[in-house]
Design a protein. Structure first.
Lengths: 238, 238
């Protein structure tokens, strides 16, 4: 028998999805209690994984010296990244806050060991990359749980992973998937900061849809589906 | 101001996380209404993405001929995969139901175009793989929304992606991330089928945790966090 969700439980899921933000500003000074951190990590650990491989690992980072070292690596990478832009785009880039490595309560580095034999290779003969994908699903589970707890998460990808590997002693066979900043926040913005600051805009859902084959678009059907989805979005964004 | 979740909304998020299953059996014969499919796709589309790149696309597949062709590719790959196991493990493998390509209401192939310029490369200089990861986050968003809707999702990775590319006309520069089977189900199992059928067991959360550096384990702290996480799991699994 299917255990149904009540309307309010279902609304909770959509709220987490639509009100989740990639948070870099607004982190509060207060610490993240262990029970909240534990619930977020456990949510991540209950992600789907290919062959029930569970290839993810979590490095919980609080040491200020390590965080300062990671921050320096971010600063280096961010300086080089900024140099790729010119004119107005460059000015826009420089207004963006793209990390909260030191300002957030705790950092979590998510890794994946694709060489692990757990799961006995099931599902990985044809698509071995699904080991990595499982670890990414864990991140998204944790991110949504965090939103439900009022905790912000920011994913920092502007770091040379080789530098991160060195600082965190990550062995060569282990893949660094993500470096996350977590903590209570004073605010969740209603729209992504990259949209409000004019960096990029949301794509209409209809433009992401193909039918039966790639490239077979059906504007009327795609727009009908996009319109039908609005109820959940509005409910989530309340 | 942070818009808090009520206890019931938060419970909904944890229920979705803990009661989500990779579903291959128990698909019901009834169709999936467009409004439900639309809400699931929109949830996926509201995933985080590097630089707000939104690199995902969704091929919604209902055509029986295409699904039959995909099923044949699964059968080929599954036969080859089975041959890698021997003895008891082989017998166990053969009891597993690993797809519902034809039995489910609708299939969705999730793709990612890592060459898209949307997002202006932000966050992708140092870790270009985050484009792919964004598409995986979209899958997990959709998976949890589906659970809240009473809809099962099964991720089929036992297919040669080259075969899938041919059947679905996916261009070479577009990455095939996942082939998903969706539909209402008659049951969500309380534990993953790979656990109940003795293929693989759940790893204790404590074993996935490192502190400050990879390899720096702290058994007492890890077990304390694992114990603290129990409340959410029990609430989710009710």
């Amino acid at each position: 028998m299917v255990s149904r969700f009540s309307d309010v439980e279902r609304r909770g899921v959509y709220r987490a999805i639509y009100e989740r933000r990639d948070v870099r500003s607004h982190f509060a000074a207060e610490p993240l209690p262990d029970d909240v951190l534990a619930r977020i990590l456990s949510a991540a650990h209950h992600a789907p994984s290919v062959g029930f491989m569970q290839p993810w690992e979590f490095i919980v980072i609080t040491d200020p010296a390590i965080r300062a070292a990671v921050k320096r690596r971010f600063d280096d990478a961010n300086r080089r990244a900024a140099e790729l832009y010119a004119g107005d785009r460059r000015r826009r880039y420089e207004t963006l806050k793209l990390e909260a490595i030191v300002a957030s309560a705790v950092n979590v580095c998510v890794t994946c060991d694709p060489t692990a034999t757990r799961g006995h290779g099931l599902g990985r003969q044809t698509m071995p990359e699904t080991a990595i994908y499982s670890a990414v699903c864990a991140i998204q589970n944790g991110w949504l749980a965090a939103r439900a707890e009022g905790v912000g998460v920011g994913w920092v990808s502007i770091i040379d992973p080789r530098g991160l590997r060195q600082i965190l002693d990550v062995p060569d066979h282990v893949v660094i998937i993500a470096y996350l900043c977590l903590g209570y926040v004073t605010d969740f913005e209603t729209e992504p900061e990259l949209a409000t600051k004019g960096w990029e805009q949301r794509v209409p859902l209809a433009e992401t849809l193909h039918f039966d084959r790639y490239g077979r678009v059906d504007g009327a059907r795609a727009r009908a589906l996009a319109t039908l989805s609005e109820a959940a979005r509005i409910e989530g964004a309340r």
